[in-house]
Ligand binder design. Structure first.
Ligand SMILES: *[C@@H]1O[C@H](CO)[C@@H](O)[C@H](O)[C@H]1NC(C)=O
Ligand SMILES: *[C@@H]1O[C@H](CO)[C@@H](O)[C@H](O)[C@H]1NC(C)=O
Ligand SMILES: *[C@@H]1O[C@H](CO)[C@@H](O)[C@H](O)[C@H]1NC(C)=O
Length: 457
C-alpha cells in the first residue's frame, strides 16, 4: 500500500506518550509557549482535565486499574473528548494541537495515527517521554503532588501512596514505542527531559523545528533576574532610544543592584547578560560575575524618532505618533522596529534563557516587556503596555512549566517612563489629547539631581 503524503502545511497533532511523572505536561506547555511565540497557534489538550470533569473529585488510583470497568470507560471517554477538541482546534485553522494523554499501548497509538492521517488528513508526531534519572523522577513526582488538582484534598502521605499505585497500574499496561513493531509512526523519544533525543521518520518544517527545540531543552528548576538599566540621562529628559549614560540616580541604582546581586553570588554563581548599549553595561559594571553583551537585547530601534521626546514626536510626526497608539504591538517606526520585530530577534535569546539558571538580564523597557511576557504567558496585545518600572528587580522562579514573579523595588528615586494608551488615538486628535498620558520629565538635566532627588518637575 502506498502511504498517503500529507502536505507540509497541514495542521499538526502532537501526541505525548509515556508514564505519569515523566515530564509530559511540562514538555507540552513549554513546547506550546515556544510554538505560539514563533507564530504557530498552539494549544495543549490535557486528558486529565477532561477526566476530572467527569468525576466530582479524584477518588483514588483505582480508576487507573486496567480491570476497573467504570474507570477505564471514563478514561476512554475523556481521551476521546480531548482528541475531538484538538481536532476542532485544528479544523478551525490553528496550526498545532498537543494531546497530553498517556497513549501507552501500541493499539491506542495505531488507532490515533490512522485516524489522524487517513480520516483527518493531519500530520501527526508522537513524542515519547522516558525518564530513568531517579533524581529527576522524584522531582517530577513532588511537583505533581504539589500542583496537580487531583491531590488537593489528600494528605501528603495519601497522595504519595496513591501516585505510586497509579504508576504501577500504568506500568503494567505500558508498551514503549518500538520502532520495529511501529515502523510507520513518526516519533521522537525524549530521555530525561532532553538529555538524549532520538527521532524516527521525522520530516517537515514544523517537526524539524520541534526536534531542534527539544534537543536543546533542559528542565532544571531555574531562577532568573531581570532589570532595566538604571535611570539614564535620556529617561530624565523624557527622550526615547539613543545611547545615553546613566544619571546620578541611575548610578546609585547600579551600586545598589551590584550590592544585592553580589550578596546572592556568594551562595550561587551568577551570569550577567546586558545589551550592547552603554546604559546596561554601566548598570551591570559592579556586579562580580561573568558578563556577556548580547546584541539581540538592544532596545527597540525607534528609527526616525530616536532621541526625541513624545512632545517632539507629536510636533514632527503627529500621524506616526497616532498610528503607534492605535496598534503599539505591530507599529513599526520608519527605519526602525516594532514589538513584533523584537519578539522575532529575541527568539534565540529566550530559548537559551529557558535552559539557564541564575542569569541576570540587564535590559530595556520594550525588550523586557517581551521577555517577561513570554515567561508569564501574557497575551501579545498586552505586551507593549506591561509595567516594567525602573530601579526594580524582577525575579522569576520556575515551578513546573509556570513561573512565579516577584518585584523587588530598590529604594532609589527615578522618573516614571510608563506611558499609558491615551483615549484618543485618531490622527486628527489635538496635541493635548495626544500628550495626555506622557509621564512627567525634566526639560534640561538638573544640576542638582543627586542632592535633590525628591523633586519632581
Ligand atoms: C490514546 O489515543 C487513543 C486514540 O486511539 C485514544 O482513544 C486513547 O484513549 C488514548 N489514551 C489515553 C489514555 O490518552
Ligand atoms: C477626526 O476623525 C474622526 C475619525 O477618526 C472623525 O469621526 C472626526 O469627525 C474627525 N474630527 C475632526 C475635527 O476632523
Ligand atoms: C478625537 O479627537 C478628534 C478631534 O478633536 C475628535 O473628532 C474625535 O471624536 C476624538 N475621538 C475620540 C475617540 O475621543
Amino acid at each position: 500500500m502506498r502511504k498517503r503524503r500529507i502536505s507540509q502545511f497541514a495542521p499538526l497533532l502532537i501526541a505525548l506518550v509515556g508514564l505519569p511523572a515523566r515530564g509530559k505536561s511540562q514538555l507540552a506547555h513549554r513546547l506550546a509557549r515556544h510554538l505560539n511565540w514563533n507564530g504557530e497557534s498552539t494549544k495543549v489538550f490535557d486528558c486529565s482535565e477532561y477526566r476530572r470533569r467527569h468525576m466530582a473529585l479524584y477518588g483514588s488510583h483505582d480508576i487507573f486499574r486496567a480491570d476497573n470497568q467504570q474507570g477505564s470507560a471514563i478514561r476512554r471517554k475523556s481521551a476521546r473528548e480531548a482528541v475531538q477538541d484538538a481536532v476542532l482546534w485544528l479544523k478551525d485553522g490553528n496550526s498545532v494541537a498537543i494531546f497530553d494523554g498517556t497513549n501507552i499501548t501500541r493499539e491506542q497509538r495505531r488507532e490515533l495515527n490512522e485516524y489522524c492521517i487517513s480520516d483527518m488528513g493531519f500530520r501527526i508526531l508522537f513524542i515519547e517521554c522516558v525518564c530513568e534519572d531517579q533524581e529527576l523522577l522524584e522531582r517530577n513526582i513532588i511537583e505533581i503532588l504539589h500542583y496537580s488538582a487531583d491531590y488537593k484534598a489528600m494528605t501528603e502521605e495519601e497522595a504519595v501512596d496513591d501516585l505510586r499505585k497509579k504508576l504501577e497500574h500504568y506500568m503494567r499496561q505500558y508498551e514503549p514505542i518500538d520502532a520495529n513493531l511501529e515502523n510507520n509512526l513518526n516519533f521522537v523519544r525524549v530521555e530525561n527531559m532532553g538529555e538524549t533525543v532520538t527521532a524516527h521518520k521525522v520530516s517537515g518544517q514544523k517537526e524539524s523545528g520541534i526536534l531542534g527545540y527539544l534537543s536543546g531543552m533542559r528542565a532544571l528548576p531555574q531562577t532568573l533576574y531581570f532589570t532595566r538599566h538604571g535611570e539614564s540621562e535620556y529617561n530624565v529628559l523624557g527622550r526615547i532610544g539613543g545611547d545615553a549614560v546613566l544619571s546620578p540616580r541611575g548610578e546609585s541604582y547600579a551600586h545598589a543592584l551590584a550590592e544585592y546581586m553580589n550578596g546572592l553570588a556568594v551562595r550561587e554563581p551568577l551570569t550577567v547578560w546586558t545589551s550592547e548599549l552603554h546604559r546596561t553595561k554601566q548598570t551591570a559594571a559592579e556586579i562580580i560575575a561573568p558578563k556577556r553583551a548580547v546584541r539581540a537585547l538592544n532596545e527597540l530601534d525607534a528609527g526616525i524618532c530616536e532621541g526625541l521626546t513624545y512632545e517632539e514626536m507629536q510636533e514632527r510626526f503627529p500621524q506616526e505618533f497616532a498610528w503607534r497608539d492605535q496598534d503599539k504591538l505591530r507599529y513599526r517606526y520608519p527605519w526602525g522596529e516594532s514589538y513584533i520585530d523584537i519578539m522575532t530577534r529575541l527568539r534565540p535569546v529566550l530559548s537559551a534563557l529557558e535552559d539557564e539558571h541564575n542569569v541576570v538580564v540587564v535590559g530595556h523597557q520594550a525588550v523586557l516587556r517581551c521577555m517577561l511576557g513570554y515567561f508569564l504567558d501574557a497575551k501579545l496585545d498586552e505586551l507593549p503596555y506591561m509595567n516594567v518600572p525602573l530601579h526594580t528587580i524582577v525575579k522569576l522562579t520556575s515551578y513546573g512549566y509556570k513561573y512565579n514573579i516577584e518585584m523587588i523595588k530598590l529604594p532609589i528615586d527615578c522618573v516614571d517612563t510608563h506611558r499609558k494608551q491615551p483615549k484618543n488615538c485618531s490622527i486628527n486628535r489635538s496635541t493635548a489629547d495626544a500628550l495626555v498620558t506622557v509621564p512627567s520629565h525634566y526639560d534640561t538635566l538638573p544640576s542638582n539631581l543627586w542632592q535633590n532627588s525628591e523633586a519632581q518637575p
